[in-house]
Design a protein around this ligand. Sequence first.
Ligand SMILES: Cc1cc2nc3c(=O)[nH]c(=O)nc-3n(C[C@H](O)[C@H](O)[C@H](O)COP(=O)(O)OP(=O)(O)OC[C@H]3O[C@@H](n4cnc5c(N)ncnc54)[C@H](O)[C@@H]3O)c2cc1C
Length: 535
Amino acid sequence: MSRGTSAVVIGGGISGLATAALLARDGYSVTLLEKRENVGGRAGLSENSGFRFDTGPSWYLMPEVFDHFYRSLGTTAAEQLDLVRLDPAYRVFFEGRTDPVTVAASKEENVALFESIENGAGAKLERYLDSAAVTYEIAKKRFLYTTFESFLPLLRRDVLRRTKLLVRLLTESLDSFTSRFFRDERLKQILGYPAVFLGSSPFTTPSMYHLMSHLDLVDGVLYPRGGFTTIIDSIAALARSEGVDIRTNATVTSIDTAPTASARKPSVTGVTWTNATGDTQRLTADIVVSTADLHHSETQLLPRALQTYPEKYWRSKTAGPSAVLVSLGVRGTLPQLPHHSLFFTSDWKHNFEQIFTEPTSVPFPASLYVCKPSASDSSVAPEGTENLFILVPVPADVTIGGRADATVQAIADRALTQVAEWADVPDLAERIVVREVTGPADFASDLNAWKGTALGPAHILTQSAFFRAGNVSKKVDGLFYAGGSSIPGIGLPMCLISAELVIKRLRGDLSTEAMPTPLFPTQTVVPARDAGAAS
Ligand SMILES: Cc1cc2nc3c(=O)[nH]c(=O)nc-3n(C[C@H](O)[C@H](O)[C@H](O)COP(=O)(O)OP(=O)(O)OC[C@H]3O[C@@H](n4cnc5c(N)ncnc54)[C@H](O)[C@@H]3O)c2cc1C
């Protein structure tokens, strides 16, 4: 279906940049508007005293999804990024124990590791990972690259043959599933933790997501040298080379529409936005794709009558966790910590309940995550220092505060003490030379994040696959969505897929598989029209 040729993309995170690049390649004339000074969104960068802090993603998973995206634009991940494989993949510190578990980069070593912890667990891990591999392949082939505009293409032999299994994987929790394989709590925690990548808890996320263990325990964990903003920079450069006009300090204040004589829905006409000096501008376009958090796009940028997902919809939805992020420059070396470390508490279940179940509270001690990219990349910290990033998951609740609030600084202090004690770095606090902290209220004010969530709507069953918000407005013709809050969901690879799903939706492509690469244009370019200052 052809919808004209000019497009405005709202938001310059990975989804906005990727969508803009693909639309431009498809022949649209694209303008991207990003409210912040720099693009990247949640995949942000902070530079301070010679340290380069990635303020968001740090796990490069599903490498073939990145590569497919780059191939759509006529290049490859290998051409665009300097990827290194992390070995070990990560280390796990357990509360009350002095023997952390180090997860290796290969399946064979991880099978041996599990066997060394629990008799018989090696063979069980092999079975678990076989199941994870099959489920991952089905997900990629049938559930991730579809807009769910039609369910017919899903009725394929490989899906139908596994209907019973898929129903069980959707209705049983990840924690219950792993408990059927393993007794040792540490092993169950290692296999349950990937739920957090999906903004969820192993106790509520469907066991379908055990496929995630294929990613970290079999495929291994990669890191783009130079940091995660090299991904953002490469996609922004590709978007520009496809002709995208990227404008920063450009805050969209409304998605504009006009009634159409023939259609029952109004059509999008463009957006109203303000620039750095606060001047109001209008930009007309045939289509608008918003990649800002869906809650913001719908409830703040559209009038109530044109909202597909009004406040009422959000009242019954579960937000993924927010986070207190602590970026640290640390004098000297930290051999106790590899590139990735996880810290798991003994009251694992209660920790998740505190984050997700009302009345929520901030867990302490917390199951938290520490990244030390300077383990693999000398460009992120001055010589003789380490770059450390602590992520403490907390409830999606802006009243916890932001960087300027004592509560958030106290959460950061407690996390530091916990890491120092558990990893046996007693002088950690005294060695800190740079410290930056972010809290839930910052996610809300910096990014317009719903409830200050760091990730988006949690991947519980009722917010996954076809239950997740779709990528097209039901009330406004020509308005589309991409990004972590719509299909397929949270995480950089998912966001890249969401960009492709916009192209599929525009083309009426109902297929469930990734599109052939490179992407061939279907449109003829007509420039977007700047309507100048609004009256
Ligand atoms: C701390 C943290 C750790 C993470 N770890 C990982 C990881 O290890 N691996 C992984 O794959 N993923 C990870 N993620 C998730 C991943 O970063 C996100 O899923 C992804 O970056 C979301 O991209 P997006 O483009 O959908 O949204 P965003 O990055 O939020 O981009 C939306 C953009 O829209 C802009 N915007 C909002 N409102 C407006 C407006 N009115 N006008 C103009 N612009 C607007 C915002 O400023 C923002 O730049 C992590 C996220 C966080 C926060």
